[in-house]
Write a protein that binds this ligand. Structure first.
Ligand code: ATP
Length: 231
């Protein structure tokens, strides 16, 4: 089974480390939720995995092979897809054109639309005319169309009401069920824990709750609160 692992990873920006000594494993077909307060370093960590920035200490591996020195494009070719914060659609293109940027073939397009039936109805609409939730579906569809092995999702719910974000959750579950390993950074903690297999908490640049079953955190608000406080 495919695995992406971080072992003792520290990421520095400017003056010094923003997140230190993180170890985690993203497994094919599973969702790992990474939660924690603002400024904890979650975005920086995701950026170090996809190669937007380079980590300073530790090891990042895919199936035991180090990828720390690879460029962002090389990591993308290895199957690491990173959905960054914000709705990264091309507003003047149609839904179909947005997805075809990564789908490349009509066959892949058909596969994607089978997993995103709501988008099929809007396929020829200009992306700018879609609702916020639908635009995020386009972002997910485009990532799925690139046939990733690992998908890093950074605060997809930003600017969305919880009820709108909830419509995206089965799609994320479906992507994982197709064999993709998902690392889900999310501000709606309980929603993220609800669909995750495993979860961990970071606070003030450190792991305050190590990777383990998501249910343990979901079912114990006091454990979650303590981890958010960084203890
Ligand atoms: N480009 C940058 N240059 C320098 N420091 C940065 C940069 N981006 C983020 N930081 C700092 O790194 C720390 C961690 O930020 P990061 O965005 O990774 O955390 P986060 O957990 O994703 O927070 P949020 O939930 O608010 O997005 C913060 O102190 C932030 O100010």
């Amino acid at each position: 089974m495919s695995e992406l692992q971080l072992a003792g990873v520290t990421v520095s920006r400017g003056a010094g480390p923003v997140i230190s000594d993180v170890s985690l494993t993203i497994r094919a077909g599973q969702i790992l939720a990474l939660v924690g307060p603002n400024g904890a370093g979650k975005t920086s960590l995701l950026e170090s995995v996809s190669g937007v920035i380079t980590h300073s200490v530790g090891e990042i591996t895919v199936d035991n092979e180090s990828i720390g020195k690879r460029t962002r494009v090389q990591r993308s070719r290895l199957g690491i897809s990173h959905i960054e914060q914000g709705r990264a659609i091309f507003p003047s293109l149609t839904v179909r054109e947005n997805i075809m940027l990564t789908a490349k073939s009509e066959g892949t397009m058909r596969e994607v639309l089978a997993s995103f039936p709501e988008l099929e109805k809007r396929i020829d609409a200009q992306a700018v005319l879609l609702s916020g939730g639908e635009q995020q579906m386009v972002v997910l569809a485009r990532a799925f169309a690139s046939k990733p092995r690992f998908l890093l999702i950074d605060e997809m719910s930003l600017g969305l009401a919880p009820v709108v974000f909830m419509r995206l959750l089965p799609i994320i579950q479906g992507i994982a069920a197709s064999g993709v390993g998902v690392l889900l950074v999310e501000q709606f903690t309980n929603l993220a824990l609800g669909i995750a297999d495993e979860a961990m908490v970071v606070a003030s640049g450190r792991v305050s709750h190590s990777q383990g079953p998501a249910a343990a955190l979901a079912e114990d608000p006091e454990l979650l609160r303590t981890a958010y406080l960084g203890s």
